[in-house]
Design a protein around this ligand. Sequence first.
Ligand SMILES: [Zn+2]
Length: 349
Amino acid sequence: MGTGKVGTGAAAVAALALAVGACAPSGRASGAGGRGPGLTVAATVAPVVDIVRQVVGDRVRLVGLIPEGVDSHTFEPSPETVKALAHSDVLFMDGLHLEGSTLQQARANMPTPVATPPSTATTLERSAKGSEIIQMGDLTVRPAEYAYDFTFPRAKGDPNPHVWMDPLYAKSWSEIVRDAMSRRDPANAPYYRDNQARFAAVLDRLDGAIAESINSIPQEQKKLLTYHDSFAYFSRRYGIPVIGAVQPTDFSEPSPREIQDLIAQVRVNHVRAIFGSEVFPSTVLNQVAQAAGARYVDKLRDDELPASPGAPGHTYVGLMVSDVQIMTRALGGDPSPLDPVPTASTWRP
Ligand SMILES: [Zn+2]
């Protein structure tokens, strides 16, 4: 992507920010005028919770179901999770088979009738009675676009669920949240609309900055070898191939044979750095890196937000910026295009 294009994008963002700022007072006034029905909204993993938060702000009670630092792929709902679901009007989740047990518990425990809208269009048409489970990944990615890979093989039938690692999908999710919440809580519709517009503008800036950073990585280093297979949709959007992932489909450790293959692969590809995550500490990857003469960087994340709760960068955008800074730096690129991307929350009280 040329700098000209990014410049134009930034100008458009500035113009939109002005437009939003200009209409904010009336939007806020009408939102505050009708406090709405006091809905309780649940969301699953931290990035999903944050995307929902940027739209709903403080106009609903938002409950995060899967604690940060917990493996979302193997998470089993606790009694507290079930209790929260029993009081939730809407559940926003990724879907694509990621939160299987939570979905079962939601169907069994949310206030009846429980609707699971099969498309964005029907989401808009449903009545506000009962509760709703909204699987945003399923509503966003068509089956033809599903990614299958090492940890999520086609044969097993569970597509790679890490949809939110592409910010344009995250933007679609914010639209789904806006539309669903505006329908259930019309008094606050202008508030949801303004929040979503501000958030979408930041996601567009994020998208441009990620593209520019990844493009700065020397072509022969533009390769991702990760422990957890969470960059499938990211890889597709930004043209950085995933040459391998280490974690087997049952989330166990790889076999000695698989480890030997990985070492050979890192050597052949002259990969400078390979990546682990904080949620899945891996001694295996460290071993592979040492044997192959690569650096092991264990700081990538996909379902745990950076910084501490309440800190300005503890957001979905903060997560994406942090991941791309880490990989760009480790692979010899220039992460400075990410510097101006605001990582703080964009919703307003
Ligand atoms: Zn994951």
